[in-house]
Design a protein around this ligand. Structure first.
Ligand SMILES: [Zn+2]
Length: 110
């Protein structure tokens, strides 16, 4: 059951993929997954990265994003038990190829 899309994130020099929205991984007192957003505040603007494989739209979140994304908690659940593991993963050009847009002829001429 996934209602999130995946987005690419540039953190420092490395690319990752996270769900959007990136919900808290904490477990509520009702034993459910927290529905709060766990995206770090003031983090990121859209950027595009052009490569031979195509254009990747990514959120340039800066290196500070990693430490928070690897915990993926909202402010309420920083110390509570986990409902699930954090969902950040390194971008895999093959597995996440659907995030890449092919280069058009206009781009190839540049
Ligand atoms: Zn939470």
């Amino acid at each position: 059951m996934s209602e999130s899309e995946l987005v690419a994130v540039l953190a420092g020099n490395d690319l990752y993929v996270v769900p959007n929205p990136m919900l808290c991984t904490g477990r509520t007192t009702k034993r459910k997954r927290c529905r709060f957003n766990a995206w770090p505040q003031d983090c990121g603007e859209w950027a595009y990265i052009v490569s031979r494989a195509g254009i990747l739209y990514a959120i340039d979140a800066g290196p500070g994003f990693l430490s928070e994304a690897r915990v993926q908690r909202c402010d309420v659940h920083t110390d509570t038990p986990a409902f699930c593991t954090p969902e950040i993963e390194p971008l895999d050009p093959q597995r996440h190829a659907f995030l890449m847009y092919p280069l058009t002829d206009e781009w190839r001429r540049l």
